[in-house]
Design a protein around this ligand. Structure first.
Ligand code: HEC
Length: 156
């Protein structure tokens, strides 16, 4: 076989094209540029334990924003995770971002701590599923970048 065998050359191009095609399908499927990728199934049992241990102190055992550390003098109340009207305006990726980086990381209240140093990514992922269970809702397609903060002076 000579070095310049044209069929060999074509095969190399074919392989290259195949690779580019596969790579682009993969990237499109993964959603390039999205802040975070999330699993398709969440471990809710595990999440409940984590939520009760780390989140309930502020967000409340039932997620209503009325945990023991949620007091009147908190400038911004912890979010009521059962408030579906608000929760449908946020994507799972947005939740993942705020839980990982904290309120300060997304220009919200720094009273919401960042959790990426305390919880693993898998644990944070499971919490997102748990948040959806609490509100019994899904993202409904209209993203709110507004603060929509609930500051209730008669909170407690
Ligand atoms: C020290 C109290 C505190 C703890 C503990 C806490 N949070 Fe928060 N969280 C807040 C406050 C305050 C806000 C409201 C932030 C705002 O609206 O600016 C908030 C807001 C949120 C929001 C809504 C963000 C948005 O888009 O408006 C989510 C989701 C959330 N917390 C999840 C969690 C999870 C999950 C945990 C446990 C891993 C947790 N929080 C633990 C205080 C807390």
């Amino acid at each position: 076989m000579s070095k310049k065998d044209p069929s060999k050359f074509n095969f190399a191009i074919f392989l290259l094209l195949l690779f580019v095609l596969a790579a682009s399908f993969f990237l499109v499927h993964k959603g390039v540029g999205m802040a975070a990728s999330l699993p398709e199934v969440y471990d809710l049992k595990k999440a409940e334990g984590i939520y009760l241990k780390w989140c309930a102190q502020c967000h409340g055992v039932k997620g209503k924003g009325d945990g023991v550390n949620s007091t009147r003098d908190m400038a911004i109340n912890p979010r009521d995770h059962t408030d579906a009207l608000f929760m449908v305006t946020r994507t799972d990726e947005q939740f993942k971002e705020v839980v990982s980086d904290g309120g300060a990381g997304v220009a919200k209240s720094p009273l919401m701590p960042p959790w990426s140093a305390t919880l693993t990514e898998e644990e944070i992922d499971s919490l997102i599923g748990y948040l959806r269970k609490l509100c019994d809702c899904e993202f409904e397609g209209v993203v709110s970048h507004g603060k929509l903060r609930r500051v209730d002076t008669d909170f407690r």
